[in-house]
Design a protein around this ligand. Structure first.
Ligand code: ZN
Length: 254
């Protein structure tokens, strides 16, 4: 819809689409930090940088190499090796640590007008940002869908938090801690403001046709803000009723 097919090559597009399909293959329901902390087989196999993403890519390669599954079999060997390299970049790009490492450069290129489609490195960084934009895409969906996606991710995070407590004897951080589920709206605001919004804003600067995504993020942010405010006022109400109740009982004692 944004017309990127006019700019990207067919091989790039194919790598991005297949990358999207394969980017979470054989996911374990726990994140990279958990692989590292628990010394999981995956962390031992791939190391602690982009652990899962290396596994998702290797899993994709394994499927492609199994009998009758190589959807790229008809490509020339040059296209094939280009495609596999782009596919690897695309899948590894979905590691948020790598997104943080590269986004400043991208944001600056775009805001200062230095972005150039003819520079290989600029295209690579753009494809990476596009992968992240898709991976975080639930935040750009209509509220009801977005809310449900958040609920699913949150329940997976809580299960990881349970395992951090029981297996690793650690106290999970807020987003992984089901005892702190009331903080969800606040945490969502943090997530949107620090991770999602800057990316969609920058992509809209690069291509105005992406504006509907940004508008939708803003609507969802508004909903979380509403829930956050509701929680704050109910907290204030319960703490004031608690203190008045407390003062009554003190009076009674006196
Ligand atoms: Zn994903």
């Amino acid at each position: 819809t944004a017309g990127f097919q006019e700019i990207l090559t067919e091989i790039e597009i194919l790598a991005l689409i297949v990358g999207c399909l394969c980017h979470d293959l054989d996911h374990r329901g726990t994140n990279n930090a958990f692989q590292a902390k628990s010394g999981s087989a995956l962390a031992q196999l791939y190391g602690t940088s982009a652990t899962l993403e290396h596994h998702h890519f290797n899993h994709a390669v394994m499927i492609l190499q199994s009998e009758g599954h190589n959807i790229f079999a008809n490509l020339s060997s040059k296209d094939y090796s280009d495609l596999m390299q782009l596919l690897k970049q695309s899948i590894l790009a979905t590691d948020l640590t790598l997104y943080f490492e590269r986004r400043t450069e991208f944001f600056e290129l775009v805001s200062k007008g230095g972005y150039d489609w003819n520079v290989k490195n600029h295209r690579e960084i753009f494809r990476s940002m596009l992968m992240t934009a898709c991976d975080l895409g639930a935040v750009t969906k209509p509220w009801e869908i977005s809310r449900q996606a958040t609920e699913l991710v949150t329940s997976e995070f809580f299960e990881q938090g349970d395992r951090e407590r029981s297996e690793l004897k650690l106290t999970p951080s807020a987003i992984f801690d089901r005892n702190r589920k009331d903080e969800l709206p606040r945490l969502q605001l943090e997530w949107i403001d620090s991770i999602c919004m800057p990316l969609y804003k920058c992509l809209v600067k690069l291509n105005g046709k992406l504006k509907p995504m940004l508008d939708s993020v803003a609507v969802n942010r508004g909903k979380w803000e509403e829930l956050h405010q509701k929680r704050l006022s109910s907290q204030a109400a319960s703490s004031s009723s608690f203190s008045s109740g407390f003062s009554v009982s003190l009076k009674d004692i006196n």
